[in-house]
Design a protein around this ligand. Structure first.
Ligand SMILES: [Zn+2]
Length: 682
């Protein structure tokens, strides 16, 4: 699970221009960002970053700005420099550098794309046109299967192919990889787009129908209105049977092991033997079917819907999936619908930026390897690893000290903590791209082969022992992730930079910023979500019912605390919706504080600009949550995000006892909580 809301949030926004990272010679808290006219006990967020908020302007193409968006820009800038540099090099054929160059240059060569026209599509369209019956249809549908979904790590449930495959540790045998198979078949992002009855969604559907017809016409089809109607009707029928996003996220509903024979028995309609033969999975005996009802229904639709409709659907899905590297009219029609109509984005990002994104997608580790070498020295890695060790030790002591947890549960929690893999900066092993062929002037083929290469690589792992240290993010990604089936965390190099982590800053400041983020992620492995997976990543409830009950009672107080925050007179934060993340914030900050105290080994932390060690710790935490956002974006976050707005995440300092003496808090200060009101969970 990706855990920083603002980060995921910013990633959706086009990085159209690069803002330089703050250049400063000071390493530590930034006193110039603070508003010292505000009392820390009244509004800690503004005290920590008020002057920054006052002088910062939100760029016109953005919904918000904060440290993570600045780091995102920086990482994009560095990555594009690496790729552009590689693109000009004359690296040896077959080397990663040459592959980066050829992939990027083939994407940038618009003249070659135009001159080839629709030729790259032709053999694939011919194969669809040649389908004679439902057996052949099943085989061709099987050939479209890709590993393009990821249910738990990056929580991506969407594929436009009929189904999607995810190869990951088995729910029931977490030592080995298995095949999870998920519903699919829709081009629009979710079933709600087909079914919701709002005027807005009806408008989207009208525009979509016209778009499907336009794409078919541009690809040379006849009778495009009738075909488009059939395609959209088929997708609508699929959408009606899809499981909702909320249900998809409930893993207890997802653990449905099926044998190949079960598919024919429980989901009749598709010729499953042909489907699996097309997918290269004839020998795979076991699958975990994430949404059994959708499989039954989609398979029935394969039987009941005329062959011609399925062939149109296949052709249109193929054209759509490759439109970005087809001649301009197709690429532009695709953007007009999926960019402008669906997301409101007015302009496509410049081509070179999309090229950088493409290389990051298909050769991410090849770029990441150079990125890590250049921007994340071994000393920085060692420094963060030392912090992680202190934080884990802090958690261990906190678990020991808990009065409410059953001794057996404590023992399990400590086993899980000991087994936790915390990846810092970059993976110890890089993905091997030697099986991926990149040609200098064939972007269509390069993408096609990249997706097949990823797919074949995953198929080869089925049934093999898992690599718990494998990463699911590249080092150049500004984010962090919790991998529950691996009992592992990844902190990529790109987030381990100021203001989250600065190797030259005093320890106390690093503990207050990245230390709290690391603590936050660690705590997720022990919360209500984490209690579903044991030390080996197996699905097993290892908390006693009494433990869970106590946990829920203690955390209800925190939910009530967040319910009182009102960013707008008519809109309050939802304490329940944001509870899991708010718990992780308190737990993470507590562990970070303990880790920092332990790192002092009895010495007193040096002061900076008159601020004591404890003051710097809390100010650093507040500054890591700096944010300036547009009202609409903030409203949307309050309504839809599991994370509370950043300013309230900064204010969670009020739950920690040491915050009170550090800033001489008194009853009557706005954020003051009597000791009994402070929420203590771990
Ligand atoms: Zn989280």
């Amino acid at each position: 699970m990706v855990c920083l809301a603002t980060l995921a949030f910013f990633l959706l926004i086009s990085p159209d221009y690069f803002q330089a990272a703050p250049q400063t010679d000071t390493h530590g808290i930034v006193v110039g960002d603070m508003d010292r006219n505000v009392k820390p006990g009244d509004d800690f967020f503004t005290y920590a970053v008020g002057d920054w908020v006052k002088r910062t302007e939100i760029p016109p193409d953005r919904a918000a700005v904060g440290p993570s968006s600045v780091l995102d820009d920086l990482s994009n800038k560095r990555t594009s420099e690496l790729i552009e540099h590689a693109a000009k090099s004359t690296a040896q054929a077959g080397s990663n550098l040459r592959k980066i160059a050829d992939l990027y240059n083939s994407y940038m060569d618009e003249a070659a794309i135009e001159s080839k026209g629709l030729a790259p599509l032709r053999p694939h369209l011919d194969a669809i046109a040649a389908i004679q019956d439902k057996h052949q249809l099943a085989y061709v549908l099987g050939k479209t299967l890709r590993t393009d979904v990821d249910a738990l790590n990056n929580t991506n449930f969407h594929t436009a192919n009929l189904f999607g495959l995810w190869v990951a540790p088995d729910f029931n045998d977490s030592e080995h990889y298995t095949a999870y198979i998920l519903q699919g078949g829709l081009q629009l992002p979710d079933r709600e787009y087909y079914l919701a009855n709002s005027e807005e969604m009806r408008g989207v559907r009208r525009a979509y129908l016209a778009h499907v017809a336009a794409m078919l016409k541009l690809a040379g089809f006849s009778d495009t209105d009738e075909r488009a109607k059939r395609i959209v009707e088929l997708e609508h029928a699929i959408a009606e049977k899809h499981t909702s996003l909320a249900d998809n996220e409930d893993i207890h509903r997802a653990n449905n092991p099926w044998s190949q024979a079960d598919f024919s028995a429980k989901a009749p309609g598709v010729d499953w033997a042909e489907y699996f033969r097309g997918a290269g999975l004839s020998k795979q005996e076991k699958f975990i079917v994430w949404q059994p009802t959708a499989f039954t229904a989609e398979s029935a639709l394969v039987a009941s819907t005329p062959l011609e409709a399925w062939k149109d659907w296949l052709a249109y899905h193929l054209i759509e999936s490759m439109a970005g590297v087809l001649p301009k009219p197709l690429a532009e029609e695709r953007f007009a619908f999926f960019g402008k109509t669906l997301t409101g984005t007015e302009q496509q990002r410049p081509r070179w930026q999309r090229g950088v994104g493409l290389v990051n997608t298909f050769l991410g580790d090849a770029v990441g390897q150079i990125y890590a070498q250049k921007y994340f020295p071994p000393e920085a890695k060692a420094q963060v690893q030392a912090m992680v060790a202190n934080l884990i030790e802090a958690f261990r002591k906190r678990i020991d000290a808990l009065t409410w947890m059953d001794p057996a549960t404590k023992a399990e929690a400590k086993t899980k903590l000991s087994a936790l893999y915390v990846g810092v900066g970059y993976s110890d092993s890089w993905k091997d791209y030697s099986g991926y062929e990149v040609k200098p002037d064939d972007i269509f083929g390069n993408i096609w082969r990249a997706q097949l290469f990823d797919y074949q690589r995953d198929l080869a792992r089925l049934g093999k022992p898992i690599d718990r240290k494998e990463w699911s993010m590249t080092p150049q990604t500004v984010n962090a992730v919790n991998l529950p089936l691996q009992n592992a965390l990844n902190f990529p190099a790109a987030i381990l930079q100021p203001p989250f982590f600065d190797p030259k800053a005093p320890d106390v400041v690093n503990y207050g910023s990245i230390g709290a983020v690391i603590g936050h992620e660690i705590s997720h492995t022990f919360d209500t979500e984490g209690s579903t997976f044991d030390a080996k990543g197996r699905v097993r409830d290892w908390w006693t019912p009494a433990d869970l009950k106590h946990f829920e009672e203690a955390t209800a107080k925190l939910a009530a605390q967040y319910d009182t925050y009102k960013p707008f007179p008519d809109l309050a934060v939802n304490g329940r919706q944001t509870l899991a993340e708010n718990i992780a914030d308190v737990a993470g900050l507590c562990a970070a504080y303990d880790g920092y105290r332990a790192s002092l080994a009895g010495k007193t932390a040096p002061t900076q600009d008159g601020f004591t060690g404890d003051q710097q710790f809390f100010i650093a935490f507040g500054q890591s949550w700096a944010i300036k956002e547009r009202e609409a974006a903030l409203r949307q976050q309050v309504l839809t995000d599991p994370h509370a707005p950043d300013r309230y995440r900064a204010d969670t300092v009020r739950n920690l006892d040491p915050w009170y003496p550090a800033f001489d808090l008194q009853p009557g200060d706005t954020l003051y909580l009597a000791p009994a009101e402070r929420v203590r969970i771990w």
